[in-house]
Design a protein around this ligand. Sequence first.
Ligand code: GAP
Length: 449
Amino acid sequence: MPPSGRQAGRYPGPVAATELDQVVNLCKRRGFVFPSAEIYGGFRSTYDYGPLGVLLLRNVKDAWWRSMVQLRGDIVGLDAAILSPPAVWEASGHLKNFTDPLVDCKVCRQRFRLDKLDDPHTCPNCGSKDSFTEARQFNLMFKTFAGPVEEDAAVAYLRPETAQGMFVNFANVLQTTRKKPPFGIAQIGKSFRNEITPQNWIFRTREFEQMEMEFFVPPADSSRWYEYWCAERLQWFVDHGIPAELLRLRAHDADELSHYSSGTSDVEFLFPWGWDELEGIANRGDYDLTEHATHSGERLEYFDQAAGERYVPHVIEPAAGATRTMAAFLLAAYDEDEVGGERRTVLRLHPRLAPYKVAVLPLSKKEPLLSLSHEVAALLRPRYLVDEDDTQSIGRRYRRQDEIGTPLAVTVDFDSIEDKAVTIRDRDSTEQVRVPIDRLIDEIESRLA
Ligand code: GAP
C-alpha cells in the first residue's frame, strides 16, 4: 500500500460530510462525475461520467473482469439484453417481491422508505409524530413498452439486476462451453431501479452498473463455495488498495434476506456516513434455475455423466455495483498531505485503477523540448493511457496529476536533449529518478506492476 496521510477511522463526526463533499467537488472539477442534464437543472439521481470518470470506471470493471474471468479457467462471460419480457421477472419473483415499503409524511408530504427510517414514528424532515401514511409496497422495476402501442401485451422491463440474464442463458452457456459445475458466468452492465430515495451521490442511483457472477455448484458443495467467495471478494477490494480497516464482511439477519437467498453476506465499506454495502454474496440455492425451469418448461439441470445423476446446480452469487465500487475507491484514495511545505490533494489510487498511468510533462513549451516530449508520449501511448500536459508551471502540473491519481510523471527537460534521459516522479513518495529514454518502458512497467 502507498503511504497515506490518513488512517482508518478517519471519518469522525462532522468531518464525514466534508469528506464526501471534497471528493464530489474534486470529481466535478476534474471531470470524473457530472450531475446529468446539468444545463437543465439536473435530473436527480443520475450521473454522467466525464473524461476521467469513464477511464476510472472502465478500469474498475476491467480489474473485476481480470480477476473473475481472465485469471481463472472456470468462469465465462456474458452480455445479456437490458430490456426483457415480464415472463423473466414473473419467474424470478421480482414482479411480486422486488418492492420497498413506501410511506408519505402527511404534514410535509416528503416520501420515505419505511425500512430505512431510524424511528418509524417520527418524520426525519419535519419532526412530526405519527404523521406517516400506511406503508405501500412499491415495485422498483422500470416499466416500458416494446413497440409503438402502449398496451399490456407490449410491457417490458428494464432489468433491475444483470443476474437473470445468466440464469435464462444457463442451458445455452452449458451447451456451448461444455463447462461443468463448479463453473461461473460473469456479466457487467447497466441495471435500473426506481429507487424511492436515491442518495449519497453515486452510491444509490436509479441507473447504475453492476458486476455480477453466478457460480453454479453441486448442491452438497454450496456452503464451501459460499465461504470461498465471501473471502475472495473481500480480498479483491484490499488487493486494489482499500485499507482492510475500512472493509468488513457482515452476514444478513434472517429478516434481511432477499426472497431467493438462504444466506447473504455483504462486503461493507466505511463510507463517510457509516458502514454500508458495497457488494452482496448470496447463496441462492436452486431457486432461480428451478423457477425458470418451471415457468419456461425448459430443463435447467446438469447431467453428471461420471456419477450418472442429474441435478439442479446451486448458485453462489457475488454481486457488486461498479459505480458504487468506484465511489468507494475514490473515497479510500482521497488524501491530503504536505510536500515541500505546500498542501496537496492526492488520489492514492491503485495503479491498475488510475485513469492515466503516466503524465508526460515538458519543462518548457520551447523547441526542441516539445517535440521530444511528443516523441516520449508517442513511445508510451501504445502501452499506457498518457496525459501530456505543457500548461503552467511544473509544480502546478505535478499537483494536477496528483489530484487525479496519476501514479507516475515523466518530465522532459533541457538535459534530456543531450543525455536522452528523463525524470520519473512517483505520485506517492514524490521521489524523482533519472532514467534513459530507452529504458523508460521497463522502468514504468516495474513501477506499475
Ligand atoms: N443480483 C443480486 C443483486 O442485484 P443487490 O444487493 O440488490 O443484489 C448488488 O445489488 C449490488 O449492486 C449492491 O451491492 C450495490 O453495490 C449495487 N447496487 C444496487 N442498487 C444500487 C443502486 N440503486 N445504485 C448503485 N448501486 C446499486
